[in-house]
Design a protein around this ligand. Structure first.
Ligand code: PMT
Length: 451
């Protein structure tokens, strides 16, 4: 089935702003963020074979970036260029970024079974850009050139990134052809976006999804074979802000990067992901439904609204433990406050502890512990005290870990396992390891809840 929109249950339409009230989700469609630029080889792309079909449209120039990123992430990328594509981008460009010569002709000497080898050997076929003509041919099952023949010869997931003029995209025949592709169970659509089109064509829906989004759509097609596929995952992230007066707040240095990495990794593993996040400059990762909040109490309400539906909850947020009891509605003036004043603080709710009591049986709850000293001992205390199944300990006060860094040093603690200390790695790689531990626990939790 084509799945261009958010995963089921993951919320609203594309958009980068909060829509429809304080807890309405937005769905990430992701302009690249620093986090997403960290292209290091790793799962779900590493060691996998991707056939990248490129059709004849102006967006073909962006496909060079797709080929490059997939290669940097560790995939073997075989590019198939249609005849029309070669009017827009040269085969050598793809060879330069993938190290492999693109395939051009179904009738090339020595390549008689190329379509079968490519289609049968690929773990994923991605077509970007997919033009109106290609979509029409693919929808009717034609095998009229190498690319369409590969499609008919593969049982691997197929990611289609349509790109065309907005009137062509709106044409009833194109819509019908896309709907016919949608009937094929292992086809997934990414985009198109709504934005500036080719020179002189203005803007509208039809613009190819950005390379980073296409790379992640391929990642989800490759990564969604495990325990998290089809599960509902909640991630909390960022820091909360507790108002002091009309312009000031109590907050912390959380950037939201760890939570964004967790949300992205869970989505790539096939989950329907909701990210409840405090203020952050990061866009929600593609496919992730983001609910933006400010205070601990707003975060609590947003989490409790949905936590009962969740299979997994990961609490990566740095929640303020206390808030000013009576925030001022005006700006506090220095002349009125004098040389010093005391803030009267009151305890905030413990979101993780409270939501743990509401989660359904068989679900998995993961907490974080950020500590300046006695990291593992304190994290073990939180595992027991807050009813987590797993706790991820990370140190405060280091430039390469915890707050704000793109990397982290984590130790994973579970109830029946010795603490597992991992080396320095990107937050995305750390997120992947955390979700490995969650996937290992899920079947036994589900089994226990049945028995
Ligand atoms: O956002 P980044 O810049 O990427 O930084 C990531 C991070 C350092 C914030 C993250 O990796 C992390 O450690 N998050 C938890 C930080 C924290 O507040 O830890 P804690 O030990 O105070 O809280 C323990 C657990 O209880 C956490 O899962 C926390 O989300 C939860 N909690 C805490 C207080 C509260 N009132 N409600 C909660 O749910």
């Amino acid at each position: 089935m084509l799945s261009g929109g958010p995963p089921s249950g993951a919320g609203g339409p594309d958009g980068s702003t909060v829509q429809g009230g304080p807890h309405a989700p937005e769905t990430g469609s992701g302009p690249p963020t620093p986090l997403r630029d960290a292209r290091e080889p790793g799962p779900p792309w590493h060691g996998r074979r991707v056939a990248l079909g490129v059709c004849g449209g102006i967006a073909a120039y962006k496909s060079v970036q797709v080929a490059r990123d997939l290669t940097l992430l560790g995939a073997s990328v075989d590019v198939v260029l249609t005849e029309a594509a070669r009017n827009f981008v040269a085969p050598l460009s793809f060879e330069g970024v993938t190290g492999r010569g693109p395939l051009l002709d179904i009738f090339a000497v020595g390549g008689a079974a190329m379509h079968i080898l490519l289609g049968g050997g690929a773990d994923c076929v991605c077509v970007a850009p997919a033009t109106a003509d290609f979509i029409a041919r693919a929808a009717s099952g034609r095998a009229s050139d190498l690319l369409t023949t590969v499609l008919v010869a593969t049982g691997a997931p197929v990611v289609v990134a349509p790109a065309m003029n907005d009137r062509m995209y709106a044409h009833p025949r194109t819509r019908r052809n896309l709907a016919r592709l949608e009937e094929v169970p292992h086809y997934h659509r990414v985009g198109p976006g709504d934005g500036r089109l080719a020179a002189g064509e203005g803007s509208g829906p039809g613009r190819m999804a950005e390379p980073a989004e296409i790379v992640d759509a391929v990642g989800r097609a490759l990564g969604a074979g495990g325990e998290l596929a089809g599960r509902r995952v909640l991630v909390t992230g960022g820091g909360t802000r507790e108002p002091v007066d009309a312009v000031r707040y109590l907050g912390n240095r959380s950037s939201g990067k760890m939570a964004a990495a967790l949300a992205r990794a869970a989505w790539l593993r096939g989950a329907a992901v909701t990210l409840v996040t405090g203020p952050t400059s990061l866009a929600a990762p593609p496919g992730v439904a983001a609910i933006r909040v400010e205070t601990a109490r707003e975060m609590r309400d947003a989490v409790l609204d949905i936590v009962e539906e969740m299979d997994v909850a990961v609490h990566a947020a740095a929640v303020a433990d206390y808030r000013p009891r009576s925030p001022l509605s005006d700006k506090l003036k220095r002349q009125e406050a004098g040389p010093g004043f005391a803030l009267d603080l009151v305890a905030n709710p413990d979101i993780a502890a409270e939501s743990g009591t509401r989660m359904r049986s068989g679900s998995v709850s993961v907490g974080f512990a950020l500590e300046t000293s006695n990291l593992v001992a304190r994290a073990a205390g939180k595992l027991a005290a807050k009813g987590f199944d797993l706790v991820v300990a990370n140190p405060a006060g280091r430039p390469d870990a915890g707050f704000e860094a793109d990397t982290n040093r984590i130790t994973i603690l579970g109830r029946d396992m010795p603490p597992r200390e991992l080396p320095l790695m990107s937050k995305f790689a750390a997120a992947w390891q955390i979700l490995d531990a969650v996937e290992a626990l899920l079947p036994e939790r589900q089994e226990a809840s049945r028995g």
